[in-house]
Ligand binder design. Structure first.
Ligand code: GDP
Length: 632
């Protein structure tokens, strides 16, 4: 299509797309990797497949050979496919450069027998966050009851030869999973029925065990990548490279595993990487890849290279890498003048992430094994569904210094004296100190489990605090004064009322809800229904209340003068109760009750005797005559 439009693509100049594999634990990611790597290698013909550090490289010719049954005569323009070997979040979140993803395309593995699982959804969110294209491998089709195996066959061929029962089970499971994706806001369809790739994500049924559907998956990966990413995949001289892992190797010291997405890296290059204690400036001593499969017995584990061109995954040995951070960019210093600039740029990654902590200084402490996963964790924490504030961050195992940092919250906001650790563990000393200082540590390899653990803990804390608050909080109520039921107009006022909203409680402050102001009347000292005294009046009930003005008030309010039966009476809620209501009982109050709370809050009239109405406003006749005193 590109050619039709007259855009010539320089095939020589396309690099290989980089592919990651994501999905729920046990969905078959590792087996799938073994399967796509394994077949040819075991057959003795490596077919150009090369094992790299943490990745496998498949030349396009090899993929063509494996997919010939699909009659895919289409030209493959990219030289091959670089598949990252460590499946899961780890490599995906680290394959980043300044917050955007370096992984060109991903495979999201879903177990056909289980459908979407927590980590599937988590992976989906990560893919969305990084705007990464992906294809769904609907794996373990061979587990459908009665499946006949056709090793390494294209999936349509295999499906056609299955019994009606198998086909119908396949269909309903597929439909079910398409619905589940829909619930996540995603359109999906079997890849060979998918007419609008891009809008609709493609599903390739596979078996990582029998190899069925694997040719389809490989071909689709390449075709889709080269169709949509020509620009992204055009080789550039500008170096683009990320540190994926920092590892100590015997004889080499601390090394970094690097993925080179663009450009060329040479022995002797001066490089700068981001370090925990500032930028690390060093010189490449060796560029290493594993020996090809056949030569496994060759002495020495690694093959040395003078230079390596993208896209490749390899190990860099250089002095001084001890504090390097995985998930950050690697830069080459072209000339010495640039060094200071590069040092600054390198640390920007770290800085931009440091900025994500809450300015208020209140929040949990978050820790992850690499910068990439820390970044993903922070992004997800910020999303509206999760929304947990963060006050501090660290990378690497949880040490005592991290506990000390988190412990600042113990006094300030105890529930935030918590460390959320993704893929990290506390040292024994750190755990001991945490127990001593009252810092909680939650760790998990699944980001959402971390959130769930924390949320569950917060819910318990909230429930406890709510119970505590319930003892002292004054709830809102609204009363209508019943006409002609003013039994005593003054000292104490005794009125018949109907409870319109909330629950009226004895010994609470009551006030008149005027047009613009509230007028405090005093305390409800007793309540009675037709059977006698009660401690509360519930919504809908008619009761008689006695209101005693406070001793400190010089002048007590009078029914008929300061207010009348056109006014509503409401509970006068102390300021601290308003705060408690807002914090713990928002969901327990209805709209009308909330309105009273809000009005009281903005009037600032709580517990004030406020004579606002002009006494002479009401003629005496309004209440004259019919007053009866009810004593109990
Ligand atoms: P990962 O946790 O996603 O890497 O999953 P694994 O690759 O470790 O697979 C988990 C289990 O599922 C292993 O016992 C695999 O043998 C099995 N498995 C993976 N893929 C398939 C498949 O396509 N068919 C069948 N029957 N089993 C599979």
């Amino acid at each position: 299509q590109e050619e039709e439009q007259g855009t010539e693509i320089d095939v020589q100049n396309l690099r290989s797309p980089i592919c990651c594999i994501l999905g729920h634990v046990d969905s078959g990611k590792t087996t799938l990797l073994d399967q796509i790597r394994g077949t040819d290698v075991q057959g003795g013909e490596a077919g150009g497949i090369t094992q790299q550090i943490g990745a496998t490289y498949f030349p396009a010719d090899n993929i063509k050979e494996r997919t010939k049954e699909l009659r895919a005569d289409a030209k493959l323009k990219v030289p091959g496919l670089l598949v990252i070997d460590t499946p899961g979040h780890q490599s995906f979140t680290n394959l980043r450069s300044r917050g955007s993803g370096l992984c060109d395309i991903a495979v999201l593995v879903v177990d056909i027998m289980h459908g979407l699982e927590p980590q599937t959804i988590e992976s989906l969110n990560l893919l969305k966050m990084r705007n990464t294209e992906f294809i769904i491998a609907l794996n373990k089709v061979d587990r459908l009851y009665g499946w006949k195996v056709f090793p390494n066959a294209p999936i349509q061929q295999s499906l056609k030869q299955q019994s009606d029962n198998v086909q119908s089970e396949f269909k309903w499971r597929l439909t079910d999973i398409i619905t589940q994706f829909k619930e996540q806001g995603l359109n999906t369809e079997l890849y060979y029925k998918n007419k609008e790739m891009g809008e609709t994500y493609s599903i390739v049924p596979t078996s990582a065990v029998t190899g069925e559907g694997i040719p389809d998956l490989l071909l689709l990966l390449l075709k889709w990548a080269q169709k949509t990413m020509v620009e992204k995949l055009t080789f550039k001289d500008e170096l683009q490279s990320t540190v994926l892992e920092v590892k100590v190797i015997e004889g080499l010291g601390t090394t970094i595993d690097v993925v080179l997405v663009n450009g060329v890296l040479r022995v002797g290059d001066q490089i700068v990487v981001c370090g925990l204690e500032g930028p690390i400036v060093t010189v490449v001593r060796a560029l290493l890849t594993p020996h090809p499969m056949k030569e496994l017995r060759v002495k020495g584990k690694y093959m040395k290279h003078k230079e390596i061109k993208a896209a490749q995954f390899f190990k860099v040995a250089a002095p001084g890498l001890k504090h390097a951070i995985a998930g950050t960019a690697l830069y080459v210093v072209e000339n010495l003048d640039d060094l200071e600039d590069v040092k600054e740029v390198v640390m920007e990654d770290m800085k931009s992430i440091m900025c994500r902590v809450d300015k208020s200084g209140e929040g949990v402490h978050v820790q992850a094994s690499t910068l990439g996963s820390l970044e993903a964790l922070l992004e997800l924490l910020k999303s509206p569904e999760v929304d947990i504030p963060v006050s501090g961050i660290s990378i690497g195992p949880i040490h005592t210094k991290d506990i000390k940092k988190a412990s600042v919250m113990v006094e300030r906001k105890n529930e935030y004296a918590t460390i959320l650790g993704f893929d990290v563990k506390p040292t024994p000393e750190a755990q001991e100190l945490a127990d001593k200082l009252g810092v909680r540590i939650f760790t998990s390899d699944i980001i959402y489990h971390l959130f769930d653990q924390f949320k569950a803990f917060i819910d318990v804390v909230k429930e406890e605090k709510k119970k505590e608050a319930e003892k002292e909080v004054v709830f809102p109520y609204i009363l209508k004064i019943l006409p002609k039921c003013a039994y005593k107009t003054k000292d104490p006022i005794t009125l018949g009322v109907k409870v319109l909203e909330g629950t009226l409680k004895v010994n609470t402050q009551i006030c008149v809800r005027g047009q613009k102001k509230f007028i405090n009347l005093g305390e409800v000292t007793s309540i009675a229904n037709s059977y006698g005294p009660v401690i509360e009046g519930k919504k809908g009930q008619n009761v008689v209340i006695r209101i005693t003005g406070s001793d400190s008030d010089e002048q007590h309010m009078e029914y008929g003068i300061d207010f009348d039966d056109e006014d509503e009476l409401v509970s006068n809620i102390p300021r601290n109760s308003i705060d408690l209501l807002e914090t713990y009982f928002k969901d327990d109050l209805n709209k009308e009750e909330w309105k009273v709370v809000q009005e009281l809050k903005s009037s600032g009239c709580w517990f004030k005797n406020n004579i606002s109405k002009v006494r002479s406003r009401l003629p005496r006749s309004v209440y004259g005559g019919k007053v009866r005193v009810l004593e109990w």
